[in-house]
Design a protein around this ligand. Structure first.
Ligand code: COA
Length: 310
């Protein structure tokens, strides 16, 4: 069986910052409330760019200086500017790729991890050798900036990973995917017949997020067969700092082992794990031999985990 891993990562955050102080001027909220309930201090907003542009910029960063050309493109998005052309075809066009297999995945905030699992499975079972996996999310498109309960949460961003079947640096050894259909209506966005703006039952989703992060971490950790003293990190979906803090408290895993940058980017849906992973890798936070668990959760109610050997 082919072994698949990540050769390179890329990320893109648009330059415009929307701070809590900015939001204090437009809705009835305070920096203190936002930081205490979510940890978020600022987010990025894409002006003059669509969701696919964010994915393209991340993909360019991921492929910069590399000769490898992807033969498979899997693009995660729940905020694509059009349903057709779909995002993966726009990305393949922008990068001038030659006839790759290309398709989109929408599993809300879990989409990037779903896409990594799908791409690596297609590579193991089929002819593909180099897969570009992207997430491009323009959450600001579906955010009601008069609604204080949701406009404080979201930001825009893109992320990308190049998977290869040889020469990779970080092996993708395991994944776990799922969905809890009972909660299908608890997160809504993009309604074409009604209100397209984001809505969630925050309290119920918060409970689901904490339980799911802890449960999926337990599954992946057990299967990874870690020995006592083995170092591991968790890169969770960046929805709310308090989700990670609750899981840290319940599991006894110190907060330093949770890779968090929601404070600076807000919730960028499926791009968030990629943005956090790329930043931590660039800053040299992981060392060879570490295990890195990526764990997404969100609308659907979907969840997805993947294990990387650093
Ligand atoms: N500023 C000030 N007050 C606010 C506010 C804001 N931006 N937003 C809400 N409030 C108020 C509410 O009106 C409410 O007031 P009330 O008690 O007088 O009715 C109070 O603060 C508490 O609101 P509540 O919605 O219960 O807050 P919360 O602690 O549940 O936090 C979320 C809200 C959205 C931050 C939190 O529920 C959350 O993060 N949920 C999970 C998100 C997630 O994981 N999503 C993944 C899929 S995207």
């Amino acid at each position: 069986m082919k072994r698949i891993g990540i050769l390179s990562l890329g990320a893109f955050a648009p330059p415009k910052r929307l701070t809590n102080a900015d939001l204090e001027r437009t809705v009835d909220t305070t920096d203190e409330w936002i930081v205490r309930r979510t940890g978020i201090r600022e987010r990025r907003i894409a002006e003059g760019m669509n969701a696919s542009d964010l994915a393209v910029e991340a993909a360019r960063a991921c492929l910069a200086g590399r000769a490898e050309r992807p033969d498979l493109v899997v693009a995660s998005s729940s905020t694509a500017e059009t349903s057709c052309p779909y995002q993966a075809s726009r990305i393949a066009h922008a990068l001038a790729l030659e006839s790759p297999a290309a398709f989109d995945v929408n599993a809300a905030c879990s989409g990037l991890v779903y896409s990594l699992a799908i791409a690596s499975s297609l590579m193991r079972s089929g002819p593909f050798r180099r897969a570009l996996v992207t997430a491009g999310e323009k959450m600001s498109l579906f955010t009601d900036y008069t609604d204080r309960t949701s406009c404080i949460l979201f930001g825009d961003g893109g992320a990308a990973a190049l998977l290869t079947d040889e020469g990779w640096e970080h092996e993708l050894t395991d994944w776990e995917l799922g969905c809890e259909p009972w909660g299908a209506e608890l997160v809504r966005m993009g309604d074409r017949q009604g209100n397209p703006n984001f809505w969630q039952d925050g309290k119920q989703v918060f409970k689901f997020a904490v339980q799911t992060l802890e449960r999926v971490l337990g599954i992946l950790r057990t299967r990874a067969g870690l020995a006592p003293g083995d170092r591991y990190f968790v890169v969770p979906h960046q929805a709310n700092l308090r989700v990670a803090e609750a899981v840290a408290e319940q599991t006894g895993l110190p907060m330093e082992r949770f890779v968090m940058n929601v404070q600076r980017y807000g919730n960028t849906s499926s791009a968030s794990i990629g943005l956090a992973l790329e930043e931590a890798a660039r800053e040299g936070r992981f060392r060879a031999g570490d295990t890195v668990f990526l764990i997404g959760f969100g609308g659907g109610l979907s969840w997805a985990g993947a294990t990387l050997k650093w």
